[in-house]
Design a protein around this ligand. Sequence first.
Ligand SMILES: [Zn+2]
Length: 271
Amino acid sequence: MSELTTILDTLRSRECQQIRFTLAGITITGGGYLRVARTLERGSIQLVRSLSLPAGKMAYNWRYNFIAVNRDPSENLIIHECTHARNDMAGRAIQVVDDEVTAYVAQLIYMKLKDPRLRSFAAVGAIARNTPLAVSQCVATGARQPCEMATAGMASMIAEEILSGRVPTDAMVDQLRTAIRNHPDYSGLLQQRRFRWHVGVGRRRMIPQSELDAIRGTVIHPPPVAPAGRRAEAGQGILPHTAAALRGPTDASDHFPPTRFGLIPHAEAVG
Ligand SMILES: [Zn+2]
């Protein structure tokens, strides 16, 4: 199965569609992930295979609106990175740390919905016992292992509250922020407010070749998806192009240099 198929299937899965919460003023819903899926299919968020990422890892690039994968991305990471994409698409500047808070909590909600053992009395109890120590060790040392434990533990506890129909306390959310702020992966990133989504529907940003070279990346192009009704127009000669030109920019003309597809001459003929 291609990476794109795995990502789309995960975003449209029953478990992903059950995600619904508001934290730090950011509301995450299944509908947001459906929008990310459609945007990936249209190519406005691009998928890039990056050979510099370890297999299974993913990253969302908010400067150029692309998701980098190597092989076999895990469903959990798909939810995490696509939460960043969703937050970016929402077009509101948010604190980087809150972008991470929502991504980790969404990821943990998804994991718990997929595997009910994570919600067992014993598992939930162990997390609640061990996480406070991990948070204090993370703050004291800034070392990767306690900070990973603290981040996952606090996200898990918050996810458990949400799945149980309770509202996580501000103190819990602050503990998760503290774990993320001290996590070595996020040092230096957290002072910014982040969002760069400025491509409209059907458009995409060109990823500079230098950016692709830096991550040893190649763009994975989605299979062409014609909006309903336009498939029928194909192969009818000049008329479809004229109609497309009258409607203004479309998926097809935004995805490819128009001259290669002959849209510009038809557009000029109309004008
Ligand atoms: Zn993240």
